[in-house]
Write a protein that binds this ligand. Structure first.
Ligand code: PGA
Ligand code: ZN
Length: 426
């Protein structure tokens, strides 16, 4: 009944106005699934390869017509006739059809589109929502949202060196209440920024992008916005950072261009430790660069017992790279982005590897997103306890929050919201 009959692919637009791949998978029973592929700006060096046409006359070279043709051609040929609920088999067929180690031949964007659309078609055929189809009846745990309220780095035009400042409403009783608290803090912050003469335009992930030059300045505003909204910073609401440090690690040092200082690894780590002492920060993603493994080790040894240290660029959602971190004792959590690895099966296997080692898992969007809400379902299916999906503004971000609100409603009294424990290093 669930035999894959047809794969259709097309170019659609992402939240930055760039083309991306969308795939429809249709099954013999008439069920279908649709998935749209996200796209990063501050990408890790070891990510699966997003295939772009490079034709400067179309979409400034960013077209994905080749990836679309690959999805509808060789990848469709590889999966047609397979059973959609045999996800591992489908993904293995996609990987084999590509044949390259980094999915560069047919494109990770093409492969991921087929992989996720297959899962969604199989869920539809089983008449279950995706989170339950993948996670079973025990999939009742909503994630704590890390809500982005200040953008910098590669996601905004301001001088701020760190990329993301987020709030995690860990004291909320439910996911909906967490979103409400985040929305209140977001609007309180908007007023405070306007009152201080800052602009209130938003960056790629929907957080404000005022002309801050230091992390301290951003953190003071964020902490005050939490308190002014009536919440206890560090109690009801903790702060999460993504410095995206690979982006400003140059020639063996951290080049804080916005601040106008360069810091050695040791000075950079001292600076981060200082921020952890001064502000109620529960989690820091990519605190050091992907190729500064000594820095990762040093920071983890110093702060890893009390602070969640999330590897994004350093792991790229790859189980083998994560295993190296586990063996070598760096980071204590992983950011999971489906398009960094390129198939659902590999994504779930990375989540499993993290779990078994006691590493926390944060399900994540990309800075280029669409209305696709698959990651919301994946957060509940895996019960990973945390999601990073941007601000509470811009529909590409709120689509995921709204999907989770609906899932929480559907689960009713069975829904669980994990609170502060979800971010605490295991
Ligand atoms: P990206 O940023 O999607 O632009 O890579 C998100 C992140 O660094 O977590
Ligand atoms: Zn990151």
């Amino acid at each position: 009944m669930t035999v894959i009959e047809e794969v259709v692919a097309r170019q659609i637009l992402d939240s930055r106005g760039n083309p991306t791949v969308e795939v429809d998978v249709r099954l013999r029973d008439g069920s279908s699934g649709r998935a749209a592929v996200p796209s990063g700006a501050s990408t890790g060096a070891a990510e699966a390869v997003e295939l772009r046409d490079g034709d400067p006359r179309r979409f400034h070279g960013k077209g994905v017509a080749t990836a679309v043709a690959n999805a509808a051609g060789p990848l469709a040929d590889a999966v047609r006739g397979l059973h959609a609920e045999e996800q591992a088999q489908v993904d293995a067929a996609l990987i084999a059809a590509d044949g390259s180690p980094d999915k560069s031949r047919l494109g990770a964007n093409a492969i991921l589109g087929v992989s996720l659309a297959t899962a969604k078609a199989a869920a539809a055929a089983s008449r279950r929502p995706l989170y339950r189809y993948l996670g079973g009846d025990g999939a009742v745990r909503l994630p704590v949202p890390m809500i982005n309220i200040v953008n910098g780095g590669a996601h905004a035009d301001n001088p701020l060196d760190f990329q993301e400042f987020m709030v995690a409403p860990v004291g909320a009783a439910t996911f909906f209440e967490a979103v409400r608290m985040g929305s209140e803090i977001f609007h309180t912050l908007r007023r405070a920024l306007a009152a201080a003469g800052h602009n209130t335009n938003v960056g790629d992930e929907g957080g404000f992008a005022p002309a801050f030059t230091t992390a301290d300045e951003a953190l003071r505003f964020v902490t005050e916005a939490i308190a002014a909204s009536g919440y206890e910073p560090g109690g009801d609401v903790t702060i999460c950072l993504d410095p995206a440090a690979s982006e400003f690690y140059k020639g063996g040092a951290y080049d804080y261009a916005g601040e106008g200082v360069a810091r050695s690894t040791a000075e950079h780590i001292d600076h981060l430790s200082g921020l952890l002492r001064r502000y109620p920060i529960a989690s820091v993603e990519d605190p050091v660069a992907q190729d500064d493994i000594d820095g990762w080790r040093a920071l983890t040894a110093r702060e890893g017992a009390g602070t969640q240290l999330v590897g994004d660029d350093v792991f790229c959602t790859d189980a083998a790279r994560l295993a190296a971190g586990i063996a070598d004792g760096y980071a204590n959590a992983i950011l999971v982005k489906v398009n960094q690895v390129g198939t659902l099966t590999e994504t779930l296997s990375t989540v499993d590897t993290a779990r078994r080692a006691g590493y926390r898992v944060v399900m994540s969007h990309r800075s280029g997103e669409t209305e696709d809400t698959t990651i919301a379902d994946l957060a509940v299916a895996t019960g990973c306890g945390q999601i990073k999906t941007g601000s509470v503004s811009r529909s590409d971000r709120t689509a995921k929050y709204n999907r989770l609100i609906r899932i929480e409603e559907e689960l009713g009294a069975r829904a669980e919201f994990p609170g502060a424990a979800a971010l605490r290093p295991a």
